[in-house]
Design a binder for this molecule. Structure first.
Ligand SMILES: Cc1ncc(COP(=O)(O)O)c(C=O)c1O
Length: 367
């Protein structure tokens, strides 16, 4: 059930100009490969349809979704760009895939059979299919050893056309990790084997945002699938700054309560935080991204402009009493959220922002 939040002074603002700017930047790095904007999970929470439209306007040529339902939402909104369903649709969904003109990823015999049957039953044109090979992510995709057989089961069917071959990289967000080149080596060996066997396909793709930013030359192939970077979030702290990205979401909240505490006073569950000095505690009624300790918040000099920016560490800086006072007077803060695979967090809670008043400006946030 959706919580009724009419009375809750928290809101998100989505900047579609930022999406457009990010897509233009990413398309430039991806070129001459094409760019896919991944808009699964309601456009990473930003709204799939508006993000998809903005991304296409800015030069994305493909959209990526996880579910057939998500593809249906795009089509219902009148979006007719190529949409890749990044996981093999369950067999009962195959007729919808065909009717909606979605491009499915496939990697099992029953999945391929169901797609071929749906095309035959509807009398539709041959359906383009992308074969997903598991080169080490060990989530979805066929085993390297099965790629040839499955590719053949697609190419030998009149109803299907092998348009693409792809893989997904597990640790591209860890620059320098040798596992990524190893996955790419395995992938290239599969491609070589397929070509030697006379299997034809037009599009090869492997890169997510991190792989594009880390090693575009090696990972770009024909198509690059970017999610997180489209939303203006660096896929990993080490990849921040490789290209200019603008956060597309700002979560804003009005402070709901302010109180003064004395040095040594303890607060919140477990009383784990002790005030290191007299200070001010600010409560924000935010649906927080509280998670396993790796939400990271930094109060930047932007704080002078009433902004809290969540960027990557638990450490506060530049937060003196004067700033805090100004912040409270203005009674509004801006939180820019980082969404990343490592920080997938979903917990409704009050967020207590604890600002101490030491001249060092060090502070702590408890969520
Ligand atoms: C197969 C596939 N490719 C690309 C992406 C986009 O990844 P990122 O958000 O790291 O750019 C995803 C997202 O999960 C995915 O599942």
């Amino acid at each position: 059930m959706e919580a009724d939040s009419r009375y809750r002074p928290v809101w998100a603002e989505i900047d579609l100009d930022a999406v457009r700017a990010n897509v233009r930047t990413l398309a430039g790095v991806a070129s001459p490969a094409a760019l896919m904007a991944v808009v699964k999970a309601d456009g990473y929470g930003h709204g799939a349809v508006p993000v998809a439209r903005a991304a296409l306007e800015a030069g994305a040529q493909w959209l990526g979704v996880a579910l057939v339902e998500e593809g249906a939402e795009l089509r219902a909104a009148g979006i007719d760009a190529p949409v890749l369903v990044l996981s093999e649709p369950p067999p009962p969904a195959a007729p919808a895939v065909v009717a909606l003109g979605l491009t499915p990823v496939a990697y099992t015999p029953p999945g391929i059979d169901a797609l071929a049957k749906a095309v035959a039953d509807s009398g539709a044109e041959p359906l383009p299919v992308h074969l997903k090979v598991d080169t080490g992510m060990h989530r979805v995709g066929c085993a390297v050893a099965d790629a040839g057989r499955l590719a053949e089961s697609i190419t030998t069917r009149d109803e299907l056309r092998l348009e693409g071959v792809l893989t997904h990289l597990a640790v591209a967000d860890e620059p320098g990790n040798p596992y990524t080149p190893q996955q790419l080596d395995r992938f290239e060996a599969v491609l070589d084997d397929l070509r030697r066997a006379g299997v034809g396909f037009d599009l090869v793709h492997a890169a997510n945002s991190a792989a594009l930013l880390e090693d575009a030359d090696r990972a770009r192939f024909d198509l690059v699938r970017c999610g997180i970077a489209v939303y203006g979030v660096p896929p990993a702290p080490d990849l921040a700054g490789r290209v200019p990205l603008r956060p597309a979401m700002a979560v804003k909240a009005r402070v709901s309560h302010v109180k003064r505490l004395r040095s040594g006073d303890r607060l919140s569950y477990g009383l784990r935080y002790a005030m290191p000095a007299d200070g001010t505690v600010v409560t924000v009624p935010e649906r927080s991204q509280a998670g396993p300790g790796d939400v990271t918040i930094n109060v930047s000099p932007d704080m002078l402009r009433k902004q809290l920016t969540i960027i990557g560490s638990w450490t506060f800086s530049a937060m003196g009493q004067a700033d805090c006072a100004r912040f409270i007077v203005d009674n509004e803060i801006k939180l820019e959220r980082i969404f990343s695979h490592r920080w997938k967090l979903d917990q409704a809670s009050e967020a207590y922002r604890v600002f101490d008043t030491q001249s060092t400006g060090k502070g702590v946030i408890t969520l």
